[in-house]
Design a protein. Structure first.
Length: 408
């Protein structure tokens, strides 16, 4: 009987172990499925609400840029609300002046647009002629003379057949309709002719989205002001969601995000402003048209990761079409390339600093991901978002392996 009971216990143990492992595997699969579903929901929300998130993050970045000026006014006994209002007013005035200057430059470019179009057409025609000449020389080298003669005869016969077919079609066409009666009692024929262009159709189809974007952009000044004036209150209220040690972790994470994003955003803004001033001065010195518009565009485009150099060359090369001299093109390419290399190798480490520690692989993946979700704004916001995520992972104990994986 004892032997029988031990055998039953062994059988129960053998059955229980596979059941426990099966239940554990099912729970792990369930947790993995929940993570995958949660990630999909987050990506869907980020994609569908991209206008809201882009506008909010843009306001946060502008607030980070303006925060040092608010702190400077607060040191001389200004209240935060008044200091925020003055800084926002000066910033709006600055953007208004810059916008008016850009509008005047763009209006002048619009007047000269036919000349630029003619230059571009000449360049395209020259390139097409060179390509056709190269194709003809390659064809003459590779194809024998007899085969070329046969090919030409075949093409000539095809053209003759097409001409004959057109003549037969003209003979078979019905006669034109009779002319409308004329006279005092004749009823005039009313024709409604609606002209629609591709650009007009595109604008009409995108009108609702453009209205939505403009509506959301109009909130940026108010968001910036409230982020600056209510900064201390927002920080204290945010920390109220945490208790004990979690509150310290949240405070360190918030401070790390602020320091890292401010170092990146403010540093890039100052570096772009410096490059814009230097580029405008150089373009004015070489008598390039519209230096006050081309210089800032080239300077700030130079900061775009990976593709900054070719993007920085596009505005000055377009402006150089009005001059259309080979020496001007070479000079523009040399100056922009030299300034870009100096900025990335000497000025970028000094101004931006070493606070943003992201390895190149993660930077590339983040650019791909945020560019896919938010298009061009995603490329500009990818590095600050990834840097902020790394700051959170560095301060949360359970997420520190992810922070080390994201870092350099």
């Amino acid at each position: 009987m004892l032997h029988s009971s031990q055998g039953c216990l062994c059988a129960v143990a053998l059955i229980t172990k596979p059941l426990a492992s099966t239940v554990k595997a099912a729970q792990e699969a369930r947790h993995l499925a929940l993570y995958i579903v949660a990630a999909g929901v987050i990506f869907a929300i980020l994609y569908l609400g991209r206008v809201f998130f882009i506008v909010s993050l843009t306001a946060m970045i502008i607030a980070f840029i303006l925060e040092p000026f608010v702190a400077l006014l607060m040191r001389i006994r200004f209240p935060r609300s008044l200091a925020s209002f003055l800084v926002c007013t000066v910033a709006l005035s600055f953007f208004y002046v810059v916008g008016m200057g850009a509008y005047s430059q763009l209006a002048a470019i619009y007047v000269d647009l036919p000349k630029y179009g003619e230059r571009i057409g000449d360049i395209v025609d020259g390139i097409r002629q060179k390509i056709e000449a190269t194709e003809n020389r390659t064809y003459d080298l590779l194809v024998p003379a007899r085969q070329r003669q046969q090919e030409q005869d075949r093409l000539r016969n095809q053209q003759q057949q097409l001409d004959q077919a057109r003549k037969r079609n003209r003979k078979a066409e019905p006669p034109p309709p009779a002319a409308a009666p004329s006279g005092p009692n004749a009823i005039p024929e009313v024709r409604i002719h609606e002209e629609r262009t591709a650009i007009g159709d595109y604008i009409y189809s995108r009108l609702s989205s453009v209205y939505q974007i403009l509506l959301m952009v109009s909130f940026i000044p108010f968001l910036v002001y409230f982020m600056l004036s209510w900064r201390d209150h927002i920080n204290r209220s945010f920390l109220q969601f945490f208790h004990g040690e979690d509150r310290l972790v949240a405070a360190r994470s918030l401070q790390g995000i602020a320091e890292m994003v401010r170092a990146f955003v403010v540093g890039n803004f100052l570096l772009g402003l410096l490059l814009a001033c230097i580029s405008s001065a150089m373009f004015w010195f070489i008598h390039l048209p519209y230096p006050m518009l081309v210089g800032p565009l080239s300077g700030f485009m130079s900061l775009v990761p990976y593709v900054g150099l070719p993007l920085a060359m596009i505005p000055p090369l377009f402006a150089a079409l009005a001059v259309n001299q080979f020496a001007t093109y070479v000079l523009v390419i040399g100056l922009v390339g030299m300034l870009h290399l100096i900025a990335l190798n000497l000025l970028y480490p000094k101004i931006v600093g070493s606070r943003v520690h992201l390895n190149p692989l993660i930077v590339t993946f983040s650019l791909m991901l945020w560019g896919f979700l938010w298009d061009a704004p995603g490329l500009l916001l990818a590095i600050p978002l990834t840097a902020g995520l790394k700051a959170v992972c560095d301060n949360v104990k359970e997420l520190r392996p992810i922070g080390k994986f994201l870092g350099d």
